[in-house]
Write a protein that binds this ligand. Structure first.
Ligand code: PBG
Length: 331
């Protein structure tokens, strides 16, 4: 008699014999609803500028935003994330350009809300690094990044972005206690509906290199960000960070970078009942994209990489592949 509980009676390959059965038993599925598209904005008009560190990714002047947004809305991408390339003469120690209501991010929010209303969400980073002369996310004083003084500026930055129409405030600065303070300040100003997506477990990572080039902070950065971003050796600490930010009022939390930190996404998902977003960061993007361009791997690797986040438990993924993959998923 053949025992069905083990080989040769049991054969797991049976469920994989054809495309239809593979689709039938598929456990995780990537959809357009999982994608957040980052956009780099720059000064000037009618400009589309390539970014040397990120093949196929561009900086757009604010007036050119509709060329990307039209497609993103058509593809039903749920949200875009805005990042500014600020001219160096506008940068200083405290990053006060962050509080200028005519800065690149504010102008972009106004244009997107005017043209697209609520057809797509807008997420904005709250941090000072695109605006500081030293490339750090907070105020630098005698070699230290000041926590509480930085939060006071981040609160103002959050309120300003909300006034412009930003839907999701995303503090990416890793200062202690900022989520609670920002939530309180937003509520006081009657922005109860503005969501907070906390970059709660953000690691000090080499994988951010191409992004810093894209926003023009790479040559400025003094030292590293290890006194505020997390040590990549740690996992328990990530759970403490997440627990605190949830207690302080975060609506969603993020783990960043992505693929080297799938274990963190999984344990956050297992330990908390809150949407977890993953950020497939610039270094991950450029590695995959260069591999495809050099024909080392093929472009199915993109969907494979994004599906790994779904397996780990992510609700959504911020990825520079978002627009191209959305198009592919529509076909
Ligand atoms: C800024 C910020 C960074 C990224 C997003 N927001 C860089 C950093 O912390 O140095 C990285 C994104 C990427 O690499 O794609 N606080």
């Amino acid at each position: 008699m053949i025992i069905t509980g083990k080989y040769p009676g049991l054969r797991l390959r049976r469920n994989r014999k054809s495309d239809w059965t593979r689709r039938l038993v598929q456990e995780n599925h990537l959809s357009v609803n999982d994608l957040v598209l980052p956009i780099f904005v720059m000064d000037g008009s009618n400009k589309k500028e390539s970014i040397p560190s990120m093949p196929d990714i561009y900086r757009y002047s604010v007036d050119k935003i509709p060329t990307i947004l039209d497609n993103a809305v058509k593809s039903k991408i749920p949200m875009v994330a805005l990042f500014p390339y600020t001219k160096s003469n506008l940068k200083n120690n405290s990053g006060c350009e962050a509080l200028n209501e005519n800065n690149l991010v504010c102008r972009s929010i106004r244009l997107i809300k005017k043209n697209y209303k609520n057809k797509i969400g807008i997420m904005c980073d709250v941090a000072l690094d695109p605006y500081t002369s030293h490339g750090h996310d907070g105020i630098l004083s005698r070699g230290k990044i000041l926590n509480d003084e930085t939060i006071e500026i981040l609160i103002k930055q959050s309120i300003l972005q909300s006034e412009m129409g930003c839907d999701v405030i995303a503090p990416s600065d890793m200062m202690d206690g900022r989520i609670g303070k920002i939530r309180k300040a937003l509520d006081k100003k009657k922005f109860q509906d503005v969501q907070i997506l906390s970059y709660a477990a953000k690691y000090a990572s080499s994988f951010y290199g191409p992004f810093r080039n894209a926003v023009g902070s790479n040559n400025l950065l003094k030292g590293d960000k290890k006194t505020y971003q997390m040590d990549f050796s740690n996992n328990q600490e990530a759970l403490r960070e997440i627990a605190l930010d949830i207690k302080e009022g975060a609506d969603m939390v993020m783990v960043k970078p992505g693929m080297p930190y799938l274990d963190i996404i999984k344990s956050v998902k297992e330990n908390f009942k809150i949407p977890v977003l993953a950020y497939q960061v610039s270094g991950e993007y450029s590695l995959i994209k260069n591999g495809i361009n050099k024909k080392i791997i093929n472009d199915n690797s993109i969907i494979e990489s994004l599906t790994s986040f779904k397996r780990a438990g992510a609700s959504a993924i911020i990825t520079y592949f978002a627009d191209k993959i959305a198009k592919k998923l529509r076909q």
